[in-house]
Design a protein. Structure first.
Length: 554
């Protein structure tokens, strides 16, 4: 099934001429989950996103699918249990994109080097296992000093007593978003990126009856009619709500919190598992996670008041992270020059009103707001719990539709729906990759990359390569990405700009080498999308500016 600029055109035609049961604003993971849930309950569904899908917070997370060990400290047991159950659901419905992964907490003789008393950490891990119950991946265990050093040879051996190992999930956030959206579109949802909501339409009773939209690519304004509208715009929630309702100070509970991540090479920081490293002078830790052949380190957690569209990562923030990492991996001695790329994301936290409370202590539970004019808004929550959050949001929309229009809908069935190319058994991935590598003359790393990124849709990529041998070419000498992924992103994943391909369909921009292949990507996209020379150079200029600002330290 294509999901391309033609699909976008058809979706826009539908939005201009048809009436929808549900219109979803925002194409992050929350909006994507809502679209899939709504359309598979039999509701006529549309979704719009003002930039690209996942361009907001949903491409900038730590990429963990987890219950959140840390939330146990705040006695948020229900939240942790919910996350652990959803972790199991995602391992089932998106097995190509979500994989179990070991996380390690070092234990030192000197109590000041430990995150907390080792007995308390152990008790937390017992509870984590207990809360996961039958959904657990594997029980936590203690490992010796020697084993800990084997897992991370640069770890400071002085006073090291051993470590605790537990399991959580690791994912690729923006690919998860795009795979959920592709599924929603395959079930009939009308979906378009680069369409911004600029206002609401109301009926004679003052109830929301649709929206005013703006196509950011053609500069065209148009209206859509919808019986129910769900606002899934994350940190932009209040900007959108205030287009339909005047918000009082009590309503403005959104408290954006900024977190940055750094990417360093796997040679500079040698870890085979994820590590939890205590921050210096703060009661929190940084995750150090092997990811896509590099190491992803993060994150900070600070109140944020700046531009929501373009948060950037600063050298001062990076130094703070590197100081902690170097204290535990002293032979690595990472410097700012080791940071291959860096980016910032904004958590859409829902504040209790207590501004003395640090953002780290604010609950990650989602909130659903139902305004008097019928607008439903969802925010808070986590990538991990998007499916459940979407189910709850659509439940409310269904109730609204029943009361106002007598419309009924089926119960949610997203626990049974495989996401995107997820009809693949994780234990078979290695074997299939071996076969592909052999039969298609591809490096094993490329075959594995294709299977983990696209699941069963790897077949489409192979078809593209069989049709055009040049698409087998690697995009970069040292990465598993191939040229076919650019064509695939345009034809099957609605990529419209260079950043869509390099940042969110593939993750090349986050891994630092985007400028080395950007001309090749532009040429391939120009061929697919019919860009002339001027459009192509405009695209290149746009990408270069965005890349420098959003993926490099300032
Ligand atoms: C640093 C950091 C690390 C994190 N790590 C994890 C983790 O490891 N695991 C985990 O489970 N969770 C994690 N989270 C939380 C998780 O990433 C977020 O909860 C989730 O991505 C929020 O998704 P969303 O769809 O609600 O928001 P977003 O992804 O921000 O999507 C909202 C979308 O709405 C669009 N929009 C805004 N206004 C309009 C408009 N007027 N018209 C149309 N579209 C509009 C925006 O462009 C945006 O794309 C992390 C968050 C941060 C910041």
């Amino acid at each position: 099934m294509n999901f391309s600029w033609q699909t976008r055109k058809e979706s826009l035609r539908q939005m201009k001429t048809e009436t929808f049961d549900v219109l979803i604003i925002g194409g992050g993971i929350t909006g994507a989950g809502l679209a899939l849930d709504a359309v598979t309950r039999g509701l006529k569904t549309a979704l719009i996103e003002k930039r690209d899908f996942a361009a907001g917070t949903s491409s900038r997370s730590t990429k963990l699918i987890h219950g959140g060990l840390r939330y146990l400290e705040h006695y948020d047991f229900a939240l942790v249990r919910e996350g652990l159950r959803e972790r199991a659901e995602l391992l089932k419905i998106a097995p190509h994109l979500v994989e179990p992964f070991p996380f390690v907490i070092p234990i030192y003789q000197d109590s000041r080097r430990n995150y907390d008393h080792p007995l308390l950490v152990r008790a937390g891990l017992f509870l984590y296992d207990l809360l996961a119950g039958k959904y657990n991946i594997q029980r936590h265990r203690r490992v010796s000093r020697e084993e800990a050093l084997e897992l991370a040879p640069q770890l400071d051996p002085r006073g090291l007593k051993g470590a605790l190992v537990y399991y959580d999930g690791r994912t690729n956030d923006s690919r998860l978003v795009i795979e959920v959206l592709k599924s929603a579109n395959a079930h009939g949802a009308a979906i378009a990126n680069y369409v911004c909501l600029s206002g609401f339409r109301k009926d004679a009773q003052g109830q929301i009856a649709g929206a005013h939209l703006h196509d950011e690519l053609t500069d065209e304004a148009f209206d859509v009619t919808a019986h129910s509208v769900i606002n899934a715009t994350g940190v932009w929630m209040n900007e959108v709500r205030s287009l339909s309702t005047s918000l009082s100070d009590d309503d403005k509970q959104l408290r954006p919190s900024k977190g940055i991540h750094l990417i360093v090479s796997a040679e500079r920081l040698q870890v085979t598992t994820a590590w939890l490293i205590p921050a210096i002078g703060e009661k929190r830790f940084y995750f150090v996670v092997p990811w896509e052949g590099y190491v992803n380190i993060g994150t900070t957690d600070t109140d944020y008041q700046g531009s929501k569209d373009t948060p950037g990562a600063f050298e001062s923030e990076a130094k703070q992270i590197l100081q902690a990492i170097n204290a535990y991996f002293p032979t690595a001695q990472l410097e700012l020059s080791d940071v291959i790329s860096a980016w910032a994301g904004l958590r859409p936290l829902i504040s209790s009103g207590n501004t003395n409370q640090s953002t780290t202590a604010v609950s990650r539970k989602e909130e659903i707001f139902a305004d008097e004019d019928g607008l439903i808004s969802l925010a808070g929550g986590k990538l991990t719990t998007y499916r459940l959050m979407a189910e709850r949001g659509v439940d409310l929309a269904v109730e609204q539709l029943r009361q106002r229009f007598g419309k009924t809908a089926n119960p949610s069935r997203t626990t049974e729906l495989v996401v995107g190319g997820g009809l693949i058994k994780p234990r078979e991935i290695e074997d299939i990759a071996q076969q592909i590598a052999q039969s298609e003359h591809l490096p094993l790393a490329t075959a594995l990359h294709l299977l983990h990124s696209y699941g069963t849709d790897y077949e489409r990529l192979l078809d593209l390569m069989r049709e055009d041998e040049s698409l087998r070419e690697p995009l970069l000498p040292s990465s598993p990405n191939v040229a076919a992924e650019v064509v695939y992103a345009v034809r099957y994943e609605l990529a419209m700009t260079i950043a869509d391909v390099l940042t969110r369909r593939t993750r090349i921009a986050m891994l630092g080498s985007a400028m080395d292949c950007v001309h090749n990507v532009a040429a391939l996209m120009a061929r697919e999308l019919g860009w002339d020379a001027q459009q192509r150079s405009q695209q290149l200029a746009n990408f270069s500016a965005e890349y420098q600002h959003e993926y490099k330290l300032s």
